[in-house]
Design a protein around this ligand. Sequence first.
Ligand code: ZN
Length: 140
Amino acid sequence: MIGFLLFIRFQDLPAPEPVSPFKHLDERKASIYESLRDLQFEYRVNKLSDDDYHTTKVELQKELARVLAEVDRIKAELGVATVATAKPAASAVKPAAAKPAIEPAPAATAPNYTCPACGAKFEKALKFCGECGKPMGEAS
Ligand SMILES: [Zn+2]
């Protein structure tokens, strides 16, 4: 009966968007520890029979073992990935992104879109001049 109450309390915990894969597991772990403390307290003040105490304690410890195993599993998965990618990614992204930004304008071959009416130049073809609003021909 107490075990049921404690179990309900677990499920009532808010389940926020997992910021890290560990956050909700950490919270779950904390809540299990808290429940174990409560359980021991209630047992000590004779609110629980030995049976209730042991049954609930075993349930909580099973749950705790599951959470800890899950944490270990995720850590094992991420441990490899984060160490391998975090540092190179930070330094590799910048040069990779900078290069295309520097080189992209081969001005010599790029067509010049010049307004035949006012002479304004544009980097891309426009149906109408952005300066004077007159129609721009395909070829100028
Ligand atoms: Zn124009």
